[in-house]
Design a protein around this ligand. Structure first.
Ligand SMILES: Cc1ncc(C[n+]2csc(CCOP(=O)(O)OP(=O)(O)OP(=O)(O)O)c2C)c(N)n1
Ligand SMILES: [Mg+2]
Length: 227
């Protein structure tokens, strides 16, 4: 079986003129897309509290982001993204302590696992690719996503996808270099769309998430602010 991708990313607040800056740095706009994400969890937010993020992305299907090994110090995050339904189903059973359900499609297990929709919104995304000068031809360029959610929140992210844990430090170095060229501060803690959505529209759930027991991801939770 192929390893799932490890997604290493840093979010930032897109400042005016960001597209011009990306062009100056040799970036090219790859696509402009629009998609709806619907996030699911138990009424107690068991998954999110354990840093697991289950969503249905229209056009892509089910996706589950789980924490990568080793934690995520600083302002970046690192997640393993599962997209194979059987793998997602197995991880959900494990995480929710339900034992084997004998069901391999996520839609069919929602009811038994008490998973319900907690957020749903459309994102307009402008996708940019940029190779840092000095990087070899064979190097994967970095991706910069400029997102605007339909509830009026804009956020950017610099992202690298790697296959192996050993590639994470190099990916981080590249992300930090590009972030600094884009004028993104190392200390910047920019919340993602879902966190801002919960804060605005599901404040009780947002509080529940903030009150989660101490763990390695608390630093992200406690420092998140809505800009
Ligand atoms: C306060 C706080 N913020 C973020 C997290 C982590 N987190 C929150 S929601 C969440 C899931 C949503 O991930 P995100 O990258 O923000 O979504 P999006 O950019 O639309 O998807 P992509 O196309 O990149 O796959 C995570 C990992 C946390 N645990 N606590
Ligand atoms: Mg992201």
């Amino acid at each position: 079986m192929t390893h799932p991708w490890i997604e290493v990313e840093q979010k930032f607040v897109p400042r005016p003129g960001i597209e011009d800056r990306l062009k100056e740095l040799g970036g090219t706009q790859e696509s402009q897309i629009s998609f709806r994400d619907s996030y699911y969890d138990t009424p107690e937010l068991t998954l999110m509290k354990a840093d697991h993020w289950l969503r249905y992305r229209e056009g892509n299907g089910w996706e589950l982001k789980c924490p990568g090994a080793g934690g995520s110090p600083g302002s970046h995050t690192k997640y393993v993204e599962l997209t194979a339904e059987a793998a997602i189903a197995a991880r959900l059973c494990e995480q929710l302590g339900s034992g084997e359900l004998g069901i391999e499609t996520v839609s069919d297990m929602l009811g038994q696992l008490k998973l319900q929709e907690v957020a749903s919104y459309v994102t307009d995304r402008s996708v940019w690719k940029l190779a840092l000068s000095g990087a070899g031809d064979e190097e994967e360029p970095l991706t910069v996503d400029l997102d605007t959610a339909d509830f009026g929140y804009a956020v950017g992210e610099v992202e690298a996808l790697v296959r192996e844990e050993a590639e994470v430090p190099e990916a981080l170095e590249k992300i930090h270099s590009l972030s600094s060229l884009l004028g993104v501060s190392e200390q910047e803690q920019t919340p993602g769309k879902l966190i801002v959505y919960l804060k605005r529209f599901r404040p009780e759930d947002y509080q529940r998430l903030l009150e989660k027991t101490t763990g390695k991801n608390d630093e992200q939770g406690s420092e998140a602010t809505e800009n």
